[in-house]
Design a protein around this ligand. Structure first.
Ligand code: PEP
Length: 260
């Protein structure tokens, strides 16, 4: 099957630039950075800021009625109840989140998050109207074993199989090779493109093609900066980028958005 080309396949989609602030900024620092971004980013791109939970409400106030969108870095798979320490997707939507990062490799690695948990969280996010940003990607060992494509297919399939994606809902898949996250060394654009093909093909295997074309996006994440961003956003099958470290400095992130 011919795989999608951006020019013909995603003509109306704006580049998506997502900032993952991880657990790196306190409330004061988050407010300062949000204000700097609010005053420094203009134009038609879909820019999503994902602060830590404790800063979400304050950042939501700053971004209110702004073109910058708000996302969370995780949610729980139950909507509410006796789940001490967990965060409800419905409550995230209530404070103004429109997106949620799910299945980030740091959660899979440090918190034992499984494909099944990611799947439950995706269903929950969709059910309350949040756009899931589903992270998939191979570790260095899996890559060495030649299991990269298998991991991408497996993580994408398990996250989404059986999920109901309505006509008005969006789903973003972020290809994030685990071994380049935070390393300062991104994979080559050709390599990212190859991985994206595998993800697109997996989506076409599971969902009606019109739904995939209109509602799904595949983006790249892993040591993106203002120098390399255009190489990824210029790919035919890449709708944007997920940015960690380089999103923590206003000037650099503004430059990333400009260059994307
Ligand atoms: C991430 O944490 O999702 C990420 C892409 O980080 P970095 O940009 O620092 O590699």
């Amino acid at each position: 099957m011919d795989l999608p080309l951006k020019k013909t396949f995603m003509p109306e989609k704006k580049p998506i630039i997502i900032a993952n602030w991880k657990m790196k900024l306190g409330i004061g620092e988050s407010k300062k950075l949000a204000l700097e971004l609010k005053h420094g980013i203009f134009g038609k791109k879909e820019v999503v800021i994902c602060p830590a939970f404790v800063s979400l409400v304050e950042v939501a106030q700053i971004l209110k009625n702004n073109h910058l969108k708000l996302g969370a870095q995780d949610c729980f798979w139950e909507v509410e109840g006796a789940f001490t320490g967990e965060v409800s997707a419905r409550h995230l939507a209530e404070i103004g989140c429109q997106y949620v990062i799910l299945g980030h490799s740091e959660r899979r690695q440090h918190l034992g998050e499984t494909d099944e948990m990611v799947h439950q969280k995706v269903r929950m996010a969709l059910s309350v109207g949040l756009t899931p940003i589903i992270c998939v990607g191979e570790t260095f060992e899996q890559r060495q074993e030649g299991a990269k494509d298998y991991i991408l297919i497996q993580q994408t399939t398990k996250a989404l199989q059986g999920a109901v994606v309505k006509q008005n809902q969006k789903v973003i898949i972020a290809y994030e090779p685990v071994w380049v996250i935070g390393s300062g060394q991104a994979v080559s654009p050709a390599e990212a493109s190859g991985a994206h093909q595998v993800i697109w093909q997996t989506l076409f295997d599971f969902f009606p093609s019109e739904l995939v074309k209109n509602n799904f996006s595949v983006i790249y994440g892993g040591s993106v900066d203002s120098e390399n961003v255009s190489k990824f956003t210029g790919l035919d099958n890449c709708a944007g980028v997920l940015v960690g470290s380089a999103s923590l400095v206003a000037k650099e992130f503004i430059e990333i958005v400009k260059n994307s």
